[in-house]
Design a protein around this ligand. Structure first.
Ligand code: SAM
Length: 276
C-alpha cells in the first residue's frame, strides 16, 4: 500500500490548495440529490480515502450521519483533531476493502451514499476493485449510490512511457507567505500490470535555501473504463448512471453526458453507480 510519508497533512493541503474541490462537491452532491433534497439528509454517507478532509468539509454539511475510512495514520490524526466536535462523524483507520469486509459485511444491508474522491480507487488494481464492488453492493440496499473518479487506462496508454515533471507550490506564490514546495514527479508505466509508478521528490525552498524533504513512491492503477462498464453490466448489481470527464465536472457543465468523448482523450473520469 502507498504510504503518504512526505505528504503530511500540511504539505498535502499546500500542494492541492488550488484543486477544484467546490466544483467537485457540486457534482457529487448532484449525484446524491435524491437524498438531500431538503438540504440535509439523515441517510449515511461513507467517504473512502478522505485524506485531510478537503471534500469532507463540504459534504458532511449535507449529511447528518457520516463515516470516514482512511488508512493513513497521519491523515486520520488530522481528521480526528479537525472533527473533534462532530459526534455524528465516525473515523475508521483502515482501507476501504477492510472496512467493507470487517464492518459492513456483518451488518444488515443499509441505504447509503458512498464516494471516493481524487484517485482513491486507483490505489487498488482493477481486478481487486471489481471484487470490492461486488462485496460493497452486497452490503447496500437498492437505491444506494457510489460516486468515484478514476484515471483512464486508455489515456495513460497514449502517454510517453516515462515522464518527468517539476512543479512548485503554492501556484500563486505572491499571495502566500508559506515556504515554496517543489515536487519532482517521474512516472513510468508498466503496461503488463497496467500500473503507473510515480516517484515523487519533495524539496522546500526558504529564502533561496533549498532543503530536501524526502521521496514518496505512488503506485497507481488506471482503469480500463470500457472493461469496468462491461463487468458492471454483467454482474447486474449496479447500473452506471453517469460517466463524465473531470474537465466537465470542474467546469460544472455536467448536464451533458459524455457519450461522445473517448476515454483516451481525457485522463480523469467521474462515474456514478446506482445499486439496483
Ligand atoms: C490523492 S488522495 C485523495 C484524498 C482526498 N479524497 C482528497 O480529495 O483530497 C488519496 C487518498 O486515498 C487514500 N487511500 C489509498 N488507498 C486506500 C484504500 N485502499 N482505501 C481507502 N483509502 C485509500 C490515501 O490514504 C489518500 O488519503
Amino acid at each position: 500500500m502507498t504510504i503518504f510519508s512526505v505528504l503530511t497533512p500540511d504539505i498535502y493541503e499546500q500542494i492541492y490548495s488550488s484543486k477544484s474541490y467546490l466544483a467537485e462537491f457540486v457534482y457529487i452532491s448532484k449525484q446524491f440529490e435524491v437524498f438531500i433534497k431538503e438540504g440535509n439528509s439523515s441517510e449515511l454517507c461513507i467517504e473512502f480515502g478522505p485524506g485531510t478532509g478537503s471534500m469532507t468539509d463540504y459534504v458532511r454539511k449535507v449529511f447528518t450521519n457520516y463515516t470516514l475510512v482512511e488508512p493513513s495514520g497521519s491523515f486520520c490524526d488530522h481528521l480526528a483533531h479537525k472533527y473533534i466536535d462532530q459526534t455524528s462523524l465516525h473515523i475508521y483507520q483502515t482501507s476501504m476493502q477492510e472496512y467493507v469486509l470487517k464492518i459492513l459485511v456483518p451488518k444488515s444491508p443499509l441505504l447509503a451514499c458512498v464516494f471516493a474522491n481524487f484517485n482513491v480507487i486507483n490505489y487498488i488494481s482493477q481486478l481487486e476493485f471489481h471484487s470490492f464492488l461486488t462485496l460493497l453492493g452486497s452490503c447496500l440496499n437498492v437505491g444506494s449510490r457510489f460516486v468515484f473518479d478514476t484515471w483512464s487506462l486508455e489515456y495513460v496508454h497514449n502517454m510517453p512511457f516515462c515522464q518527468e515533471l517539476v512543479t512548485a507550490y503554492p501556484d500563486n506564490q505572491e499571495s502566500s507567505d508559506c515556504p515554496i514546495i517543489t515536487r519532482r514527479a517521474c512516472s513510468s508505466f508498466d503496461s503488463d500490470m497496467s500500473k503507473l509508478t510515480i516517484e515523487f521528490e519533495f524539496t522546500q525552498l526558504v529564502e533561496n535555501v533549498s532543503t530536501f524533504l524526502g521521496n514518496e513512491v505512488h503506485e497507481i492503477y488506471p482503469f480500463d473504463i470500457n472493461a469496468l462498464k462491461y463487468a458492471i453490466g454483467l454482474a447486474k448489481q449496479w447500473v452506471i448512471i453517469s460517466v463524465l470527464p473531470h474537465e466537465a465536472v470542474r467546469g460544472e457543465s455536467f448536464h451533458n453526458q459524455a457519450s461522445d468523448i473517448s476515454f483516451s482523450n481525457q485522463r480523469n473520469w467521474y462515474i456514478t453507480l446506482l445499486r439496483v
